[in-house]
Each structure stands twice: as C-alpha cells, then as structure tokens.
Design a protein. Structure first.
Length: 225
C-alpha cells in the first residue's frame, strides 16, 4: 500500500519520499526475515518503537499480536491508523527515550531504523521477550560488531539471529542518492535549495562510509534472558 500523498507533502524528506511504507533498509523483505524469527504469538504484546505509519505493527496485528505503534510524530500515527490492517493496533505518541509503558510489559519489541534506546527497550521487555532490530552496526576498528553484541549482552540479551545487511543498506543509499540527482528540480522545489543539498550531502556521506566499510547495517534478533 502506498503512503498517503499528503504525508509526503507535509514531511518533505528523502526517507518519506523514497523509502515508503516499510521505512527501513530492505523494506518489507527485511521485516519478513525478522518476523520469521521473532516468535510473535497470538495475544503477545508487541511494541513497534519509532513506528512511522506502523507497517510492522499492522503486520504483527494480523498475526494476532496486541500491537502498539509508538512514534514521536502524531501525524505519522494518524496516517497509519487510516491504512490497511490498522484495526488491531494501538497508536501511541511518545518518545523512545521515555516509553510510556510499565516494566516487563512486552513480549515482542521492534525498532527498525529508528532511534534505539537500549535501557528503555530492556525495561519494558518481559523475560523471554524477543527484540528485532534493523540498525546501523559498527563495522570497523572502532569495536566492530562485538562491541554492539557486548552492549546488549550486558543488558541481559542473547543473540538469536543475525543477518549482515551492509550491502542492502549501501544499495539503498546509492538508490536514494541517484534519485535525488536524477530528479533534482523536483526535489529541490519540494525541499528548498539548501535542505535539498543537505539531504544530498548526507546520502553522499553514507555511500562513501558504507563503501569504505566504516559503517554497516544489520538485522538482529535478541532474546531476553
Ligand atoms: C526511518 S523511520 C522508520 C520507521 C519504522 N520503524 C519503519 O520501519 O517503517 C524513523 C521513525 O522514527 C521516528 N522517531 C524519531 N525519533 C524518535 C523518538 N525519539 N521517539 C520515537 N520515535 C522517533 C520518526 O518520527 C520516524 O517515524
């Protein structure tokens, strides 16, 4: 399903324009890979943290989960509420830094290319909960992936599944950069000249950093001990 046109008009930014409803690297394919390993069961409380229009929450609700879509932008949640499969989802405006939920209240937690606050995700996770991430992951001599795994292990999470996703991310950043260049007059008109150049600079930076192996991406499933 496509995003409501007025959303892209209200929020003129490359990720609303070019990544679509499943607004993370890999799109719905990445979500499906994670869902296959997430053990979401009917009745489970599921949190989609930084949900945008709640694409993941709506899929989990279709599996029978009691899904909650949380985002700091109320307009994204309002758009998601009008999209297919929204009936079983609760829509909560809030911040990932201070989740408005009780301790140990979710069996399934998700953060897909959204700000990750490990302490808060850990606080609201029930024992045995699974945490699914699509996230930037350290790739080089600054600690590498081990530092990422160690941080989660210290908070009581064990790695259940991992798929390196750096190439997919690089493809995404190259696609976005190419679109911004190829359709410059359109995006420059939409964003304004300076914001347009800012977004193009960001994409150029990401492409270089991923090509040099300084940054990378991954799909991760962790389990709370
Ligand atoms: C790139 S989108 C990813 C959306 C979604 N996870 C998905 O896969 O479709 C990032 C989302 O995080 C939200 N966000 C950014 N900072 C946030 C915060 N501090 N707390 C909650 N949501 C936040 C943005 O509003 C945006 O909807």
């Amino acid at each position: 399903m496509t995003l409501p046109a007025e959303l892209a008009d209200e929020y003129p930014t490359w990720w609303v324009d070019l990544l679509g409803e499943h607004n993370h690297v890999g799109g719905i394919e990445a979500t499906r890979w994670l869902l296959a390993r997430a053990n979401v069961r009917p009745g489970d409380r599921m949190l989609d943290c930084g949900a945008f229009v709640g694409g993941t929450a709506r899929l989990a609700a279709q599996l029978g989960a009691a899904a909650v879509a949380l985002d700091s932008v109320a307009d994204f949640l309002a758009a998601g509420r009008r999209m297919e499969g929204s009936a079983g989802v609760s829509w909560v405006c809030g911040a990932a830094q201070r989740l408005p939920f009780a301790d140990a209240s979710f069996a399934s937690l998700w953060s897909l290319d959204s700000p990750i606050v490990p302490r808060e995700l850990t606080r609201v996770a029930a024992p045995g909960a699974r945490l699914c991430l699509c996230a930037e992951a350290p790739a080089d001599s600054r600690g590498g992936l081990d530092s990422f795994f160690d941080e989660w292990a210290e908070l009581g999470w064990s790695l259940a599944a991992h798929r390196p996703y750096g190439l997919e991310a690089l493809q995404t950043w190259r696609f976005v950069e190419a679109e911004l260049v190829a359709r410059r007059p359109y995006f420059e008109r939409r964003y304004g000249s300076r914001p347009y150049l800012g977004q193009l600079d960001l994409m150029a930076y990401l492409v270089k950093a991923y090509e040099r192996g300084e940054m990378s991406h991954g799909l991760f499933v962790f389990e709370r001990r």
